[in-house]
Design a protein around this ligand. Structure first.
Ligand SMILES: [Zn+2]
Length: 501
């Protein structure tokens, strides 16, 4: 059977401070999660906003394979709305929750334990009228009274819940204690054999993965986690760490996930790019340094025999970064095949555009790696919602002054702007784009990375722009960093224009 992976990147992960994904981006992540073969995708919290609803609905309609779950509090409007969003899914799940700890019940809910129990049971019964697959979470379970927790779990299973979830909502538990809590629940919930037991751990003390694994050792059958460990505050248990811990130490755990591990690296990168949340270099499994060796002794050892200092093989997670996959003589056919291998299915028009960019890059660089190809396609996907199209950018710079001249097309209208600035070429460019867009917004983050090494490397620019309290992420890729910067900024402003209709 394997441990079930319930991925909450699109729900809890999307609640990370500073992250906001649009419908198209959420769908792309969900499709990649399906390729990774997670068991459950928690697609969002439909009652929270129209945007959340639309994303959950789209994912339910289009993503096949995993169960598609939607979150709901115990109130009926929440549950009805969740169902509306997921009803077209191949395998829909309603996930309802209510807090069960004394502190949450008294101060947040202002309800007695008896009222909380009644709400939970009624919510599960309501959800059950829509779908057989119902999950119930006891929010802040790790700080709840154990007797009450067992009482409420018994009651919701009786009402038809097929999964019960034990969250360590505030990241307070320790591994020994949390494993013991799971065991206690198995021992004291009489009908527990009728439900899957799930855990949802937060990383406030850096213990989310350890706590999740302790729960598995005590019988839990599902873990809730997020790609790159993103989520509220310090985040959730990291999906890739749980998967690789079980895989690498199969000798000890004798259990594993159903994941397509080769998709891990690509999923991690996609989530990082679309959310704009960097992965720390020393992050386990997917960090830039996770498979790098600095000391001579280690390098020497690895060259002689990889397993001297490596417990995992980078290829297990699909990391083959710098492999040259295409050259400047590669044709359309080879290009399309390679993209397919990388998991991209493009229609003819998209393929033509991407191929043109590939040719331009190949003419400059000669050798194209898998990462370059992904960057081109990702960039193209990112630019698909254009209200405002940057047709031309010309920069002159010298004597402390830079002038940017742009030709922008905004819904068929041609706009020309020229801005002179003492702040450098990027500053001048951004001011010109601002004037063309006619928006009141603020650049909050500007970041530039090289996708591959060498002086011909593609530059990847990420910006975060604030507009009316919402944050929009823009990305741009080019061998010319000023152009990449312009594209990224234009991309973010386009998202604002699309969002504000
Ligand atoms: Zn959470």
């Amino acid at each position: 059977m394997g441990v079930k992976i319930f991925d909450t990147t699109l729900r809890d992960g999307e609640q990370s401070p500073g992250v906001s994904l649009n419908v198209e981006e959420k769908l792309r992540i969900a499709q990649q999660l399906a390729r990774l073969k997670v068991d459950v995708i928690e697609a969002g919290f439909p009652i929270a906003s129209e945007g959340d609803f639309a994303a959950v609905q789209k994912i339910a309609q289009e993503v096949k394979g995993p169960v598609i779950a939607a979150l709901a509090r115990t109130s009926f409007p929440d549950i009805d709305r969740a169902w509306q969003a997921i009803q077209e899914a191949e395998k829909p799940r309603i996930h309802t929750f209510i807090a069960t700890s004394p502190i949450h019940m008294e101060f947040k809910l202002q309800k007695s334990p008896e009222e909380v129990l009644q709400s939970a049971v009624k919510a599960v019964e309501r959800a059950k009228t829509y779908t057989d697959d119902v999950e119930f979470s006891a929010e802040d379970a790790s700080r709840s009274e154990r007797e009450f927790l067992c009482e409420i779990f018994t009651a919701v299973i009786e009402a038809g819940a097929t999964t019960i979830n034990i969250p360590d909502t505030v990241g307070y538990a320790t591994p020994g204690e949390f494993g013991e809590l799971v065991k206690y629940i198995y021992d004291n919930v009489s009908n527990i054999d009728q439900a899957e037991v799930s855990v949802h751990c937060h990383n406030d003390l850096g213990l989310a993965v350890a706590n999740s694994i302790a729960a598995l050792e005590n019988g839990a059958t599902q873990v809730e986690c997020a790609v790159n460990g993103i989520g509220e505050r310090a985040g959730n248990a990291a999906l890739e760490e749980i998967a690789l811990a079980l895989n690498t130490r199969q000798d000890y755990y004798d259990d594993r996930t159903n994941l397509e591990l080769q998709e891990i690296y690509r999923t991690s990168k996609l989530v990082s790019q679309l959310t704009g949340m960097d992965i720390q270099f020393n992050k386990a499994v997917v960090g830039k340094n996770a498979f790098a060796h600095e000391s001579g002794i280690h390098q020497d050892g690895v060259i002689k025999e990889r397993t001297t200092y490596e417990i995992m093989d980078a290829r297990t997670i699909g990391l083959e970064e710098n492999q040259i996959v295409l050259g400047k003589h590669s044709g359309r056919h080879a290009f399309r095949d390679k993209l397919k291998e990388l998991g991209y299915e493009l229609d003819d028009e998209e393929l033509n555009k991407a191929f043109k960019r590939f040719k331009e890059l190949a003419d400059r660089k000669g050798e194209i790696t898998g990462l370059d190809l992904e960057a081109i396609v990702e960039d193209q996907f990112g630019q698909s919602l254009q209200v405002m199209d940057l047709k031309l950018l010309q920069i002159t710079t010298g004597n402390g002054l830079s002038t940017a001249t742009i030709h922008m097309e905004k819904q068929g209208e041609k706009i020309l702007k020229s801005v002179c600035s003492e702040g450098g070429p990027i500053d001048a460019t951004y001011e010109a784009i601002n004037q063309a867009a006619d928006l009141d917004c603020q650049l909050v983050i500007f970041k530039i990375d090289a996708i591959t090494g060498g002086k011909d490397a593609l530059g990847h620019v990420t910006v975060k722009v604030e507009h009316q309290d919402d944050v929009y992420i823009g990305r741009g890729v080019s061998t010319d960093i000023i152009k990449a910067s312009a594209v990224a900024y234009n991309n973010a402003l386009n998202k604002i224009l699309v969002a504000s209709g």
